[in-house]
Design a protein around this ligand. Sequence first.
Ligand code: NAD
Length: 490
Amino acid sequence: MPTYGHHIAGKPVEPSSRDYLLTEDPFTGRPWARIARGTRDDVDAAVDAASRAFREGPWATMTPSERGRLLWSFGDAVAANAGRLAEIEGRDNGKLASEVNAQVRYVGDYFKYYAGLADKIHSVVIPTDKKGVFAYTKYEPKGVIAIITPWNSPLTLTSWKLAPALAAGCTAVVKPSEFTSASMVEFARIATDAGLPSGVLNVVTGLGPEVGEPLVMHPQVAHVGFTGGDAAGRRIYELAARGLKTVTLELGGKSPNIVFDDADLGQAVKGVVSGIFAASGQSCQAGSRLLLQQSIHDRFIDMLLDFMRDVKLGDPALPDTQIGPIATRPQFEKIRDYIEIGKREGAKCVLGGRDRADLGAGLFIEPTIFTGVRNDMRIAQEEIFGPVLAVIPFTDEHDAIRIGNDIRFGLAAAVWTRDLRRAMLVTDKLKAGTIWVNNYRATSFTSPFGGFKESGIGRESGVDAVKEYLETKCVWISTDLDVPNPFIRR
Ligand code: NAD
């Protein structure tokens, strides 16, 4: 069985505990690899390596252009190894081969985008209101960045933080999810082979309380970038606050996908399906609340059911599979519980609602649609993170906006309409970090992504993401030969 240690200071490192965790293939249900069970000592070693790489050695003295060239080479190396990385990642989280392949290839592009930005972090000269001084800003890397990621898209969600952090000149320690660590260890090895200096990217695997918490609290860590669930996100925010560290948090959502009666319904059906059933709904941006205008409700549901009739569940590695397994057993149990909650709350299950013990290791849940959902039900308010769609009717634009915003999350939303005025009104009023009009799921390294309200703090991707990893320094230079005497009033 393959065994993955940590990756510290450019080398594979055994866990100080000598202890390993098994990592399972959710399709077969069988362990396929062992990953190091990290400890506080391993975290200390990794942060020490990252801190040294930040302060001294080639990374610290490189010009931004040299750093950019290295990141570009790393992007090439990721693309060259995309097939192998995707195979490992798909094995760990059960994502469809087609999807995980595309995701990992895109990770290479991510590094190239930020490679290009590394030498375009411009300072500004400040036109001040003071005489005899000249002021300008400098943007300096914050230092060691802790990156903590979940199991749904490990390499993608790490790169959203790592690529801008490295472009800014920071170094990093990554703690991947204990369910999906192998691809990250392999990724760090590729980074070292591509010439990233020792200590710039370190990986410590293991459990949240054993590795994640000491990492967040380590005095040498300057900033924490986290994607994952609510509970862990709040805990990390509290721990980071003790050290007055900055954070970026991406905590998921319950996004409204709003279909008006004037929309191209055939296109909207495809957008609704990809919004909720891609990755078996295990996606922070999933369009898990379908808001349907009452006048088209029944017709749209018929079209949706028709579209979903022959969907094929099965082995995620096979090219004709359309829906794969749920990534982990706890997640599978959680989704099953929510389906029962939906039934008890009085919603009508019009599609799916059952698990498929006959497939693979049994971690399959049929795509599930509930109609007759009220927005105050738990299946409308809580993030299920699975293939479960809650359909809620609305009367007009104002009703749609009211229901869309009546939620503690604010990660994403979509509007389906042919009316430009309506599209602009609704996008203006919805409280969400990303809003799609007549499409769902488009994201890019060029565009900021993050949440309003309890969906998180800060933005990832796009030019501005680099700023999350930079400190601003303002330098004042006297242009007067004479320093004013502080005891003489001017
Ligand atoms: P999680 O939030 O528990 O874990 C995410 C990461 O945080 C993992 O690496 C984990 O080890 C780490 N972690 C957990 N507790 C920690 C702590 N106290 N200190 C430091 N690090 C800690 O997520 P999960 O168990 O992978 O899934 C739980 C729920 O999170 C899911 O049911 C889903 O609703 C949600 N989720 C959201 C996203 C997203 O993209 N927003 C992704 C995956 C899961």
